[in-house]
Design a protein around this ligand. Structure first.
Ligand code: KIV
Ligand code: ZN
Length: 514
C-alpha cells in the first residue's frame, strides 16, 4: 500500500473561516491533538501576517515533537524571514511558499506576466533553500492555470529546490476528472517529478473537495491537504476525516492508506468544533451526530440482524466508544473512573478527582448523565484563559407580557464583586446588558449560537458567542444545564479573551493573503 501523507491546515486555512479566531493556547491545544491523531504535517499559520501570528506559530513549533511544522509564506524575503523566526525550535521545520499562476490572478491580482511569475517564485524558493531543507511550493489557483504553464512552474520549482509541489484548486472549481487529470499530466510531463512529492489542496465551493482529493490520489498524489471538519475559507477545505476514512474503507480500491490513528478522529473533530465555535452539521460524513444513526425501521431491522447490512464503518473505528454504564447521582468514584476508561480518557489522579467533583455537581441537576455530557464536561475548559471577570450569580425575570430583566454578580479583577441589573429585549439581552454594566466593557455581540450537548429536556446546553470591540474580536463558550447561565458564561469567557487579546496588540484579526 502506498502511504498518503496528511497535511493538516486547520490552524491556517481553517482559521481563515469567517468568525474563527483561535488564540495561541488554543492553537497549541489543537496542534497537540493533531499530533495524537498522527497527521504527518501541520501548517501552523502565516507568520508574516502579524507578530501575534508569528508567536502562535512559534508556540506550536516548540510544543509539537513528531509532526513536521509548516509556516506559510508569500514569495518574498520578508515573509520567508518571518517563517524562519517562527519555526525556531521546531524539530522538523518546513516552509510553504506560494504564488498565484492562473491567468486571472496574474492579470488582476499580481499584474505580472508569466515570466515574472516564474522569476519571482524561483527567487523565493532559492532564497528559502538557504535556510530550509523542506520546501513546499504552491502555484495558487493551479486549478485554473494553463496546464503547460503549470508544468513549467512545477519543473522550475523542482530545479530551484522544492521538495513538495502542491496543486491548489483555490476556488473549488474543478471536477474530479479534471483535477485528477492535472496530476496525471504533471507525473508524465514534468522532468524530475519523481524527486518530489505531489500534493493536493482542494476547496469545497462545489462540494467536490473530497472527491477531487481522492481523484488526485488515484492519479499519483503523495499528500492530501485539508482541515478537520472541512472548515476553511468560504465553503471550506477538503475534510481530512472524509479522505482518511475513504482511503481506509476502500483501501483495496485506492491502493493507498494514511498512517493516522483513526480512533482519535471523533475527539479531534469535537475539539476543533469546540475551539473554533464551528458546529458540525448533524449529517456531516464521518463526524456528524447522525453519521452512525439508523432511523428507518428497515435499516434498524437490518442492523439488528447483521451490522454490515447498513454500516460500512463502525463508530468505534473513529473513537466513538459506547459505554454501557449509566451514571447518575448515586454513582461513585469507581464507576465514574470506569466510565472514563470506557470513553477512552486517560486522566491522572488529580484530574479524575476534579472531573468527579464536576460530575457530582452535574448529577445533582440531571437524572442521568450521558456519555455526551461527560465528554462535554471533560473537554469544557481545555484552554485556560486568565479570568479577569467571572460570573458569580445570575437572576433572570421573564414574562411574555413584561420587559425581561436580569441581575448578575460579577467577580472583578481586584477580588471584589459587583452586582448590576438591566433590562433587555429578551432574557439573554438583559443578561448581557447587566454584564456590560458590571464590567464597564462596551462590546458588540457578533455571533451567538446554542446547541444541546445530549438528548432530553435536562440536556446540557452549550453556547458559543463572538464579541467585537473596535477591531478585536474573540469567541467564548459556556456550558450549563441552564441555557441562560450557559449564555452568561460564554459572554464572560469571550470578554476575558478579548481583554487578553487587547494586551497583545500584534495579533491580527483576519488573515489577508495577497
Ligand atoms: O487555497 C489556496 O490556494 C491556498 C494556498 C495558500 C495554498 O490556501
Ligand atoms: Zn486554501
Amino acid at each position: 500500500m502506498r502511504k498518503i501523507y496528511i497535511f493538516d491546515t486547520t490552524l491556517r486555512d481553517g482559521e481563515q473561516s469567517p468568525g474563527v479566531n483561535l488564540n495561541t493556547q488554543e492553537k497549541v491545544e489543537i496542534a497537540l491533538q493533531l499530533e495524537k491523531l498522527g497527521v504527518d504535517r501541520i501548517e501552523a499559520g502565516f507568520p508574516a501576517a502579524s507578530p501575534g501570528d508569528l508567536a502562535a506559530v512559534n508556540a506550536v513549533a516548540r510544543a509539537v515533537k513528531r509532526a513536521t511544522i509548516i509556516g506559510l509564506s508569500r514569495s518574498r524575503e520578508q515573509d520567508i524571514d518571518a517563517v524562519r523566526e517562527a519555526l525556531q525550535g521546531a524539530e522538523d521545520p518546513c516552509i510553504h511558499l506560494f504564488l498565484a499562476t492562473s491567468p486571472i490572478h496574474r492579470k488582476h491580482k499580481l499584474r505580472m506576466e508569466k515570466e515574472q511569475v516564474l522569476e519571482t517564485a524561483e527567487k523565493a524558493i532559492r532564497y528559502a533553500k538557504r535556510y530550509f531543507d523542506k520546501i513546499e511550493f504552491s502555484p495558487e489557483d493551479a486549478g485554473r492555470t494553463e496546464i503547460d504553464f503549470l508544468c513549467e512552474v512545477t519543473a522550475m520549482a523542482i530545479r530551484a529546490g522544492a521538495t513538495v509541489v502542491n496543486i491548489p484548486d483555490t476556488v473549488g472549481y474543478l471536477t474530479p476528472v479534471e483535477f485528477g487529470g492535472i496530476f496525471k499530466t504533471l507525473k508524465s510531463e514534468v522532468p524530475g517529478i519523481e524527486k518530489i512529492q505531489l500534493s493536493a489542496h482542494c476547496h469545497d465551493d462545489l462540494g467536490m473537495a473530497t472527491a477531487n482529493a481522492l481523484a488526485a490520489v488515484l492519479n499519483g498524489a503523495d499528500q492530501i491537504e485539508g482541515t478537520i471538519n472541512g472548515i476553511g475559507e468560504r465553503a471550506g477545505n477538503t475534510s481530512l476525516e472524509e479522505v482518511v476514512m475513504a482511503l481506509e474503507t476502500r483501501a483495496e480500491y485506492f491502493g493507498a492508506k494514511t498512517s493516522l490513528k483513526l480512533t482519535e478522529i471523533a475527539k479531534t473533530s469535537r475539539l476543533v468544533s469546540k475551539l473554533t465555535g464551528m458546529v458540525v452539521p448533524g449529517n456531516k460524513a464521518i463526524v456528524g451526530a447522525n453519521a452512525f444513526a439508523h432511523e428507518s425501521g428497515i435499516h434498524q431491522d437490518g442492523m439488528l440482524k447483521e451490522k454490515t447490512t447498513y454500516e460500512i464503518i463502525s463508530p468505534e473505528t473513529i473513537g466513538l466508544r459506547e459505554s454501557k454504564l449509566v451514571l447518575g447521582k448515586h454513582s461513585g468514584r469507581h464507576a465514574f473512573r470506569e466510565k472514563l476508561i470506557d470513553l477512552g480518557y486517560e486522566l491522572d489522579e488529580e484530574s479524575v478527582n476534579a472531573a468527579f467533583a464536576k460530575f457530582k455537581d452535574l448529577a445533582d441537576k440531571k437524572k442521568n448523565v450521558s456519555d455526551e455530557d461527560i465528554r462535554a464536561m471533560l473537554e469544557e475548559k481545555l484552554v485556560d484563559t486568565p479570568e479577569v471577570f467571572s460570573l458569580e450569580t445570575i437572576h433572570v425575570v421573564y414574562g411574555n407580557r413584561s420587559v425581561p430583566s436580569a441581575t448578575v454578580t460579577i467577580r472583578t479583577p481586584d477580588g471584589g464583586s459587583k452586582e448590576q441589573s438591566a433590562e433587555g429585549n429578551g432574557s439573554v439581552d438583559a443578561i448581557y446588558n447587566a454584564i456590560d454594566m458590571a464590567t464597564g466593557e462596551t462590546v458588540e455581540l457578533e455571533d451567538y449560537s446554542i446547541k444541546s450537548v445530549s438528548q432530553g429536556k435536562d440536556a446540557l446546553g452549550e453556547v458559543h458567542v463572538v464579541l467585537k470591540q473596535n477591531d478585536v474580536s474573540a469567541q467564548g463558550r459556556g456550558l450549563s444545564t441552564d441555557i441562560l447561565e450557559a449564555s452568561a458564561r460564554a459572554y464572560t469567557d469571550a470578554l476575558n479573551r478579548l481583554i487578553e487579546k487587547r494586551k497583545s496588540p500584534g495579533r491580527r484579526d483576519k488573515l489577508s493573503l495577497i
